[in-house]
Every structure is written in structure tokens, then in C-alpha cells.
Design a protein around this ligand. Sequence first.
Ligand code: ATP
Ligand code: MG
Length: 325
Amino acid sequence: MASILAPDELGPTVCVGEILVEIVATTVGDGFLDAQPLIGPFASGAPAIFVSQCGRFGGRAAMVGAVGDDDFGRVNTDRLKRDGVDVSAISIDPEYPTGSAFVRYRKDGSRDFVYNIAKSAAARFGWTRHVSDLINRSGHLHVMGSALSMPCAREVIDKAVDVIKSRGGTLSVDPNIRKELRLDEDTERRFAKLVAAADLLLPSGEELERAAGVEGEDNAVRRLLELGVKEIVLKRGAAGATYFNGQGERIDIPAFAVEEIDPTGAGDCFGGAYLTCRRLGMPAQDALTYAAAAGARNVTARGPMEGAGTREELDAFISVTERRS
Ligand code: ATP
Ligand code: MG
């Protein structure tokens, strides 16, 4: 199983989308109607978490998005820089504040949010010269389905797919769209086109069927591989993950046994580690082990990307952590 993804040498993995801070309630309960203890700001945004994990693992990585000219923005750009991520295509909006999300977990594990994204700097970026320079030297694009709800991200993603594919680069997609969510016709068409163009698909749970447009796991996998997707890695939370490819191979990988402190970001760390390992030339089995370790390690720390590990940290984690059976 040689890598079906463009090698690291072709250029960085690029992620396009929202950059946020997350502020987390330290007690479990319902919402934000009462004054309460909070912790944060933590660097966040699904695409930013993904790219942070890529950089931390040692892959070349870059981010396209925007932050405000404020400390919340600097929390993010400083963090990504420390992780080795190229931030040259993150623009700094002089007018709008950095995007934010307040999060509180309820007793049943579901979450209440107060978002400021659509009207923040997070949703105000575009195809600038810095972005174009970056995309023209990039080797891989990773797209979060949820980014398609941002008009500015749609424009950049459309152009970036064409440029990166035409220079021999590859595409991965995390559908990241809940099964019940109906998109407008245009966004639905874009989503289907991206899925069909993906070399690697990283759905979680029912997003697999949502992306395939058919019911049933086996049917959905078959349909997606027929469309031309080369690899699918289905994330199953604490139940692990399953790899499928066009040659009919399947690998089931158990999750590591950890105490879950904060589940946010597990899927993004898993995906970032998997993708980076494959781009560095690792076989799927080894990439899956690092991915499962990256997802599990991240849920042990409060904050969406605070548990993202370097390769050395993940090696240490793997050597001391039991797998769930
Ligand atoms: P997110 O909630 O960030 O959107 P996701 O739904 O995309 O995540 P998950 O399936 O929740 O993705 O997590 C990805 C991977 O991380 C899993 O396949 C598993 O390997 C690991 N993981 C997630 N949660 C846990 C856990 N509680 N214990 C151990 N490993 C976990
Ligand atoms: Mg999950």
C-alpha cells in the first residue's frame, strides 16, 4: 500500500477555513445564562487544529484564513508558528475581531455553544497574493466540509483545488457535515464534487453515508470508491477507526484506552496525523497507529488542540498506552 498522496517534498499541506479561540466552561451543565468559571482562550477552529497536528508531527503545513488584530488572533498565529506551520497566508483583519466559540458540555455529553464566527475576522479572507503564492507551491489541500458554509472559503478552495491538482498535488476531505444537515443546492453540488475529487476521505460515523448519498456502511464505501476516492478512513470515536481502499483492503484499528477530558479536536488530530504520515511515505497501518494515538492523546487534554502531539510524544504515548479491544 504505497501512499496515494503527493509526497511532502511537493509542498505543504494546506488547510483553508475558520481560525477561532475557544473558551471552555469548567463545569458541566446547561449553557451560559449564569456567571461561571471559564478557561481559555485556546487556539481552535477545525482546519487550524488539523494543520497544527500536521506541523507538530513534522510534515510541511500551512494555513489560509484570517484573525483580528487582537490577542485572540495572536494566540492562534503564535501557536501555529510554534507548531512549524507556515502562517504567511493568514491575514490580519484591521477591523473585525478574531472568531470565538464559547463551549459548555452538558451532562449527556452534548454541547452548548455561543459562536462569533460568521461576523468575525474568521469569515473574512480571500484570494490574496500571499494565498496565491502559497497555493502555487503547495502539495496537498485538506478541506473541511463545514468550511463550504463560508463564501470566502468556497472561493479559495475552488481555486486551490485546481492549482494544487494541476501541479500533481492531492486532496483530502473531512465531510464534517451532520447527516441531517441539508445544504442549499449550490453548496450541495460543491460538496459532492469535492468528495468525488478526493484522494482521501476522512468521515466520522454517519458522515460516511451522508457523503456517499446512500444508506449502509458497505454500500457507502463501495459507492465512494467507485466515484474515484482512493482511500477512506472512517473514524468511530472510542471504537477506533477503519481503513478501506480501492483494492478491497480493509484495516480495523482499535482506539487507545484513555480517560476522555475534552473530545473536541480528536477527529482533526487523527486526520492530521494520518495524512502527514502518508505524505511522509509511511504504510497505511503505521499511519493509522499514529492517527489513533494523536486522536486519543488530544482528548486527554482540555482545549481543542492542547493534546496534539509531536512524533516523539506520540511514540512515547504508543509505548505506554493500552489499546481498547
Ligand atoms: P470531532 O469530534 O473532533 O469532530 P470526529 O467525530 O471527526 O471528531 P472521532 O471518531 O470522534 O472523530 O475521533 C477520531 C479518532 O480519535 C478515533 O477514531 C479514535 O482513534 C480517536 N479517539 C476519539 N475519541 C477517543 C476516546 N475517547 N478514546 C480513545 N480514542 C479516541
Ligand atoms: Mg467525534
